[in-house]
Design a protein around this ligand. Structure first.
Ligand code: FAD
Length: 370
């Protein structure tokens, strides 16, 4: 039901030809975002006490996989506000901050972005340098963030800062909800290879004053909360990529059945069939890995190892599907006249973002006791 209603909604609010134009213009998919909010999907994973529908990890996986299948940009738009950044507010915000912000996320009235990465700190999250210094009932923030998805359309930024420089690396971090229009916040768009409708940005913070009630979680204790939210982010990234694998496979198979060479559709050549079958296998195994994790999470398990595995399987398979699909289409695959070139660009970020696949392997190695 989720899948059918989301596809119907997106076909109306984000017709495919428009996506190609928006990709060129790097325009955020506002109409589709608003339509998802109006239909109640923003609150699907949020607890009922804050106006959400309290959906399970499986419900959520069905939604995000479908968004990724239709268009990764709308999936990214949804995920950035609702999961990347929004989860910190829902889980760790003060009651009055939740009461103010969460209903606005659910209604689509506001968008959020997560500002964690810095020029000197990507994989090494514990090395964050942005400073928040206590001043009476406020904190004053100074620093620079980079690769911040959707900061250019965000009303609020969820900013990870160092509050205690003397503390051991994983301690001394705190998270703040910052008004994106506050004095001292500057946002500069970046030109990225793919997912251009939800592109990344630089964020500069210069003497930005934040009331202490806008701290999300406890002072100096953000590490555990960050890791918790990054787990849900991995499920999301995996589900988007699984959906995208399926779309790419369908697209390439369709093209191969129509493209005639040597007097026959190229899909009659066994070598092309095998490429398409390999794509179908990668798509199905991506799907199975993400649904398995959703099941484990719904059963109350942390599933740290399986989350990292699913993130690797889904995002690697996504880019490999796009690469093989592009080869199946020959010159047409390499041309921006066809969608495959966009699929190729859009799928490349998966193994990098959300904790790179090398970092996921480090996580799994640790879980294996290595
Ligand atoms: C399109 C896009 C959107 C993004 N959106 C956001 C966002 O919204 N918010 C945000 O905070 N961040 C965001 N990021 C940042 C993203 O989380 C980082 O790019 C990612 O964590 C990798 O960090 P880095 O780019 O600094 O690479 P680096 O950490 O410099 O790593 C470079 C390479 O070295 C490898 N490497 C590093 N350390 C190790 C190690 N210990 N073991 C093995 N290999 C290692 C990495 O895997 C990678 O291959 C985004 C990035 C991209 C590309």
């Amino acid at each position: 039901m989720v899948r059918a209603s989301v596809l119907d909604l997106l076909e109306k609010s984000l017709p495919w030809p428009l996506i190609r134009e928006m990709d060129e213009e790097r325009a955020f998919p506002h109409a589709a975002y608003d339509a998802l909010a109006k239909a109640g999907f923003m609150g699907l994973f949020y607890p009922e006490e804050y106006g959400g529908t309290g959906g399970s990890h499986k419900d959520f996986t069905a939604l995000v996989e479908t968004l990724g299948y239709y268009y990764t940009g709308i999936a990214q738009a949804y995920m950035t506000t609702v999961i990347y950044a929004g989860m910190h507010v829902v889980k760790f915000g003060r009651p009055e901050v939740k009461a103010e912000i969460v209903p606005k996320i659910i209604s689509g009235e506001i968008k959020l972005a997560l500002a964690m990465s810095e020029p000197g700190t990507g994989s090494d999250v514990a090395g964050i340098k942005t400073r928040a210094v206590r001043d009476g009932d406020d904190y004053v923030l100074n620093g620079q963030k980079v690769w911040i998805t959707c900061a250019h359309v965000a009303d609020y930024l969820v900013v990870v800062c160092k509050t205690d420089i003397a503390a051991e690396r994983h301690r001394g971090l705190s998270i703040f909800l910052v008004d994106a229009k506050a004095p001292g916040v500057t946002i500069r768009p970046l030109n990225m290879l793919g997912r251009r409708t939800t592109h990344a940005n630089e964020v500069f913070l210069e003497n930005v004053r934040i009331s202490k009630r806008h701290m999300l979680g406890e002072e100096n204790a953000a590490w555990k909360n960050l890791m918790h939210c990054l787990g849900v982010e991995r499920l999301c990234l995996a589900a988007i990529s699984a959906g995208h694998c399926a779309k790419i496979t369908e697209y390439a198979a369709d093209y191969a059945q129509q493209r005639i060479q040597f007097g026959q559709p190229i899909s009659d050549f066994q070598v092309i069939q095998h490429k398409l079958v390999d794509m179908a296998i990668m798509s199905e195994s991506a799907r199975q890995s993400v649904w398995r994790v959703a099941e484990l999470l719904d059963g109350g398990q942390n599933a740290v190892r399986e989350l990292s595995m699913a993130k690797i399987i889904c995002t690697d398979n996504n880019f490999r599907c796009a690469d093989i699909g592009l080869q199946v289409m020959g010159g047409a695959g390499y041309s921006a006249e066809y969608d495959m070139a966009m699929f190729f660009r859009d799928s490349r970020v998966g193994p990098i973002g959300g904790g790179s696949n090398e970092i996921q392997r480090n996580v799994i190695a640790k879980q294996m006791g290595l």
